[in-house]
Write a protein that binds this ligand. Structure first.
Ligand SMILES: Cc1ncc(COP(=O)(O)O)c(C=O)c1O
Length: 449
């Protein structure tokens, strides 16, 4: 039975990822373990690219690397011909080390440092997305210094409620991101960019939020942006030729959540774009979308080993696994819900409710409030599903827990993509320092400077 593409339960109720039994992966690489079906990632990238090509030949797909980025992921995205969205010097560094062509990189961020801008311009990134009025001057300065003319987009906040979690909504006027489409601030910004000699103003960007399951907010975003492009052309005679709509397609994490799907998502965007362009008499714009979560979320599974099982005085059964909020902070950050499957044993036990908790020192470190699973025993391997997006990339070393390894499965082969951290990695950048004890003030001065 297929649970998600390339994630299956076989006839003996064993979880199989990309043709390999999950329990074998846990045995070979240890737990906790992030496992990805590379075939599922590649299939989803192809679905995006081919659907876009069919619906709108002037469209491009950029993978939002914040969802999950490793050297191998950068390599895969490059091979599949997508663009790549990065938001920091670190993501840019990983992308380039993975061999990603800089001319297909879109550099984002609401507070890029001067050094990051220098790095991006020097690397020759395809687009820098300007997020504030301050940044216009900053990027102009860097581009002038480097004697480059940098292609830029302007990120605008269109004032759209995307009906998603508060922490995931970024299209509202008071968002920390972008320049509000409010009291002409966006018009002023566009005019400033046009006057900057080292900036090449190509287009506008908006990202209304993440985990969106309705089509209406996307259609509204296209209409709002096209209306601005039309008004701007009327006023200045200048045609804005690119529109980047960010990401945001929602992904179901549990069986109860709905699914919108790549095709209906792209259909609503491209059909609205075509009809609005025609209405305003605009030529077809170059379109970008930047999906992150919907490319990698369902391709990922996290494997844990159950350690302790307790029955609380109120009757709740609690099973603690060998990971938790350090490798998956989403339940604590957003109240995210997940589904778990027992990958070893338990075929003869009938399901009961159990709270799956982590091993971090926080009472709130619960991965799943109520999972229905066969009674768990120490040593059982649990798979938490749909953990491919914003887990590895958000992981931490809280409680000095070494980060798990990452394994990709492709064509029935397991590839170790990131090694499990060792205790020695935890202190790699630390120094054992001892203040110099001195008898006179001269020494004390030299010791402290
Ligand atoms: C500018 C931008 N583009 C794309 C994305 C990816 O969104 P998602 O993972 O929901 O597709 C984000 C997410 O925060 C974003 O901020």
């Amino acid at each position: 039975m297929q649970v998600y593409p390339h994630v299956e339960i076989d006839g003996q109720k064993r979880l199989v990822i990309g043709g390999i039994e999950a329990s074998k992966l846990a045995r070979k690489f240890g737990t906790p373990l992030y496992v990805y079906s590379e075939d599922a990632i590649v299939d989803r990238m192809r679905e995006y690219v081919l659907t876009m090509r069919d619906l709108y030949p002037f469209g491009h797909v950029a993978y939002a690397s914040k969802a999950y980025l490793t050297l191998r992921m950068a390599q895969l995205v490059a091979e599949e011909g997508l663009w790549l969205d990065v938001v920091s010097g670190g993501e840019l560094f990983i992308a380039m080390k993975g061999g990603f062509p800089p001319e297909r990189i879109i550099f984002h961020g609401n507070n890029k440092t001067f050094e990051e801008l220098e790095m991006a311009v020097a690397a020759g990134v395809g687009r820098i997305v300007i997020d504030s009025l301050d940044e216009i001057k900053r990027i102009e300065r860097v581009a002038a210094q480097k004697k480059r003319r940098q292609d830029v987009l302007l990120r605008l906040t269109p004032g759209i409620d995307a009906h998603t979690h508060k922490a995931l909504a970024t299209g509202e006027i008071d968002s920390k991101f972008g320049i509000p489409m409010h009291q002409n601030q966006h018009v002023q910004a566009a005019l400033m960019v046009l006057q900057a000699p080292h900036l090449n103003f190509l287009g506008v960007h908006c990202h209304i939020g993440s985990q969106i399951f309705e089509t209406a907010p996307f259609a509204m975003a296209v209409k709002t942006m096209l209306n601005f492009i039309f008004e701007f052309q009327k006023r200045t005679g200048i045609l804005i030729s690119e529109l980047d709509l960010g990401g945001g397609l929602g992904v179901p994490y549990t069986e109860e959540e709905p699914e919108l799907g790549v095709k209906p998502y792209l259909e609503v965007i491209t059909s609205t774009l075509l009809s609005e362009s025609e209405r305003f008499g605009l030529p077809p714009l170059r379109l970008f979308v930047e999906p992150g979560r919907s490319i990698v979320a369902q391709a990922g599974v996290t494997l844990y080993r159950v350690g302790t099982v307790k029955e609380l005085p109120n009757g709740t059964v609690v099973a603690a696994v060998d990971g938790g909020m350090a490798d998956n902070p989403r339940p604590m950050l957003y109240g995210a819900k997940y589904r778990a499957i027992l990958v070893t044993g338990g075929r003869d036990r009938s399901p009961r409710p159990v709270r799956i908790v982590g091993r971090n020192c926080e009472e709130g470190d619960t991965l799943i409030e109520e999972a229905w699973l066969p009674p768990l025993r120490p040593g059982d391997i649990l798979a938490v599903l749909v953990t491919g997006a914003y887990q590895y990339s958000m992981s931490s070393n809280y409680n000095a827990l070494p980060r798990p390894a990452v394994v990709h499965v492709r064509d029935g082969q397991a590839l170790l993509v990131v090694e499990r951290e060792k205790y020695a990695d935890l202190i790699l950048r630390q120094r054992l320092v001892t203040p110099v004890k001195s008898m006179n003030s001269t020494n004390a001065k030299s010791a402290s400077f």
